[in-house]
Design a protein around this ligand. Structure first.
Ligand SMILES: C[S@@+](CC[C@H](N)C(=O)[O-])C[C@H]1O[C@@H](n2cnc3c(N)ncnc32)[C@H](O)[C@@H]1O
Length: 275
């Protein structure tokens, strides 16, 4: 199947919420947020939910005391997120934007990018997303990316999958291109007697490859866990990759001149703890 373009607006719309409501319902969303909070040492801080979708994670993290900003390109999903924030009685700053073009510098203690929301572009722009996330984080801040585990996904690769809801169907025809590392999806939605099609792809990463990319983007202390926070193994279905942004080097005045002459890493501070 040809790589083609990514129909963002026709993939992430009201039908996405409709068909994913069971997969991404309360049980899964509560579990996702419990894992994120655990991985961040239960130390709420300033957090960016990058590609936040309809806010299922952002709103729940706000309920746990994180000061959350949610960024997504879809106005429709952001409106749903905002409506749910009101229902949750939480305050989240929702921003419409592009994850390749963030305007924050050292603003957040945490950035989360969850449920396969990384890898939507060519490799140059996928790397740009990591660089932008690094810039948005304070020194010592943590990025968490959650996505399918590459080896498991390929081992269980389904050429097609179907979700049915109340007589409506979402049908995905999948193909993997080893030359680009992309899984390409031709989506057919049959809803209310109408049929429409959309096309998208996602770049898959092994843990080792993503670790290299994160290091190139300026992160340190990269580690990977599975979907329950346990060790990443060849049986893991999904992976969470955590990476810390390097601490700001601390200048040490030299004894002789009193001027900065050397630098060292700052104290090892915990995620969420201000410098
Ligand atoms: C698979 S959904 C995941 C949403 C959310 N992270 C979750 O766990 O429910 C991917 C999201 O990426 C958003 N997205 C796609 N391209 C984007 C871009 N260039 N900038 C920001 N968000 C984008 C979509 O609108 C969609 O909400």
């Amino acid at each position: 199947m040809a790589a083609g373009r990514f129909d963002y607006e026709s993939v992430f719309d009201e039908d996405y919420i409709y068909f994913m409501s069971e997969r991404l319902g309360d049980t899964q969303s509560d579990a996702d947020v419990a894992l994120i909070d655990e991985l961040f040492g239960k130390r709420p801080g300033d957090l960016l939910d990058l590609a936040c979708g309809h806010g299922r994670i952002a709103n729940r993290l706000a309920r746990r005391g994180y000061r959350v900003t949610g960024l997504d390109s879809s106005r429709l999903l952001l409106d749903q997120a905002q409506a749910d924030a009101r229902a949750f009685d939480v305050s989240v700053e929702y921003v419409q934007g592009d994850m390749r073009d963030l305007h924050w510098t050292e603003r957040f203690d945490y950035v989360v990018n969850w449920f396969g929301s990384f890898g939507y572009f060519d490799d140059q722009h996928n790397m740009l997303v990591l660089e932008q996330a690094a810039r948005a984080l304070r020194p010592g801040g943590t990025l968490a990316i959650e996505m399918p585990d590459y080896s498991s996904l390929l081992r269980h690769y389904q050429p097609a999958s179907v979700i049915e809801r109340d007589g409506d169907f979402l049908i995905d025809q999948n193909s993997f291109d080893p030359l680009t590392g992309r899984s390409t999806v031709q989506r057919t939605i049959i809803k209310g007697g109408q049929t429409r099609r959309a096309h998208f792809f996602v770049r898959l990463f092994t843990y080792v490859e993503l670790k290299e990319w994160l290091t190139t983007a300026g992160f340190r202390e990269v580690r990977g866990v599975d979907e329950s926070g346990g060790p990443l193994t060849d049986g893991s279905r999904r992976m969470v990759v955590l990476a810390r942004k390097q601490e700001r080097p601390v200048s040490i005045p030299s004894r002789s001149s009193g001027t900065p002459s050397a630098s060292r890493q700052g104290p090892n501070r915990q995620p969420g703890q201000r410098a």
